[in-house]
Design a protein around this ligand. Structure first.
Ligand SMILES: *[C@@H]1O[C@H](CO)[C@@H](O)[C@H](O)[C@H]1NC(C)=O
Length: 332
């Protein structure tokens, strides 16, 4: 090999090594001494104009809460808009086929509404759903004034999120500890308001393959709440089947509605008898703790079973004998 070519090769190798050394020094300088560049310069505007989001905002965005209301044209649920603007409202008018939200057939009282909501919204359910009746004052609201406002204001959403299903009532009258004895009462025709005689047969259709319970108990009146996760534990086809039973049954509405009233807790995974003691219930469900209750099913001053199911005109300022009445709690 000629001398000048060997020299050139050596020189080239040397030059390459020098360049590599310079590159290494520059790289180390950038890594060790220079301030770190902003990896996402586009986001600096955001950082300057609003504070960094809290971890909670990112990891658990606010959960959606909705009310599903089984209403009639004669009833008025506007107080829910006034006091609970943050909740989604689904007010169904069962007797108005032209209403924005209505039911395919007006049968089975509130249960047709509750099932229709679940079926129609199964793929996009709110996180928490309260299934309730429309009027602010109703005899079955668990409040000394039968007022739904303090009842819903106090309702403990975090407890619902833990439980999946919560009955919005603690007093045992009516419904607990064992309103219906499906086996003992089968075929019986007691008052038109008692579903015991028809319960067993219905249960066998609603819950195929499940053993019919000897006793069913839950505090009355079909106002309860369930989480999205709990509702989704059953396939949509279950809810469709319940509604088909309701649409097809020849039972009176008072009976078919009541059969479902005494089934929701089992649909949502509770035992056939679901009767927590009233004091524990008031504390967990409504945050009313430290009350002394001598009975398992009632606490003083909380709820008195009224003499009639229609409240007097003028309630809560007019009492049962048309006397003037003082509210137990504030109006607002
Ligand atoms: C419904 O109740 C509200 C009060 O909450 C009242 O202002 C409104 O007039 C009522 N609407 C009807 C149609 O009765």
């Amino acid at each position: 090999m000629p001398l000048h070519r060997r020299f050139t090769a050596k020189k080239a190798l040397f030059t390459l090594l020098v360049w590599l050394f310079i590159a290494l020094v520059l790289h180390l300088k950038a890594e060790l001494w220079d301030p770190a560049p902003d990896p996402t310069p586009a986001s600096t505007d955001n950082i300057q104009t609003r504070p960094a989001p809290l971890v909670n905002e990112i990891e658990s965005p606010e959960r959606r809460t909705a009310v599903v209301v089984a209403s009639q044209r004669s009833e008025n649920a506007t107080w829910l808009d006034e006091y609970f603007p943050q909740w989604e409202k689904n007010i169904y008018a069962v007797d108005d086929p032209t209403a924005k939200l209505t039911v395919p057939v007006n049968k089975g009282r509130e249960s047709m509404v509750y099932l229709t909501f679940i079926i129609d919204n199964y793929d996009d359910l709110p996180d928490n759903v309260l299934f309730i009746h429309p009027n602010r004052y109703q005899w079955h609201n668990d409040d000394p004034d039968y007022d739904g406002l303090p009842m819903l204001r106090r309702f403990q959403i975090p407890y619902l999120e833990k439980e999946g299903y919560v009955n919005v009532r603690c007093a045992w009258a009516l419904g607990c500890p064992n309103e219906i004895k499906p086996l003992q009462e089968e075929g019986e025709h007691r008052a038109a308001v008692h579903a015991g005689g028809d319960y067993k047969q219905a249960f066998e259709v609603l819950f195929p393959g499940q053993e019919v319970p000897k006793a069913v108990g839950v505090s009355c009146c079909a106002q309860f709440a369930a989480t999205r996760e709990k509702i989704l534990e059953r396939p949509k086809s279950d809810y469709v089947a319940y509604r088909e039973w309701l649409m097809g049954t020849s039972l009176e509405d008072s009976i078919s509605g009541r059969i479902l009233e005494y089934s929701w807790h089992m649909i949502f995974g509770k035992d056939a008898v679901h009767c927590p003691s009233a004091d524990e219930c008031y504390c967990k469900v409504f945050g009313i703790c430290n009350i002394k209750c001598s009975e398992q099913g009632s606490c003083p001053g909380r709820y008195i079973l009224p003499p009639y199911s229609s409240l007097p005109i003028g309630w809560p300022y007019v009492g049962w004998d048309r006397e003037e009445r003082e509210r137990a709690g504030p109006e607002q």
